[in-house]
Design a protein. Structure first.
Length: 79
């Protein structure tokens, strides 16, 4: 349900939500997919206004801890 959507929005938008409290509040109050889309649109507008360049991004904590798929999982811990 929407609880899962909100959790993923927090993960995907983690850095943006740290700096833009109004977007974080919008995500917290999200009860529909339309409201979730509006929160994402808010981030997009902020990034466009600030001249955000996607190519300058670094992997976030959410992505860098994923294992890569290379024809199968190796079954070993990364630790």
């Amino acid at each position: 349900g929407m609880k899962c959507v909100r959790a993923h929005l927090h993960r995907f938008l983690h850095r943006d939500l740290q700096f833009h409290v109004n977007v974080r509040d919008a995500v917290v109050r999200t009860l529909t997919m339309e409201e979730a889309q509006k929160a994402v649109d808010m981030v997009k507008e902020i990034q466009e206004r600030e001249g955000h360049v996607v190519d300058d991004e670094k992997l976030s904590w959410y992505v860098r801890h994923r294992r890569e798929w290379q024809g199968g999982w190796d079954g070993e811990d990364d630790a």
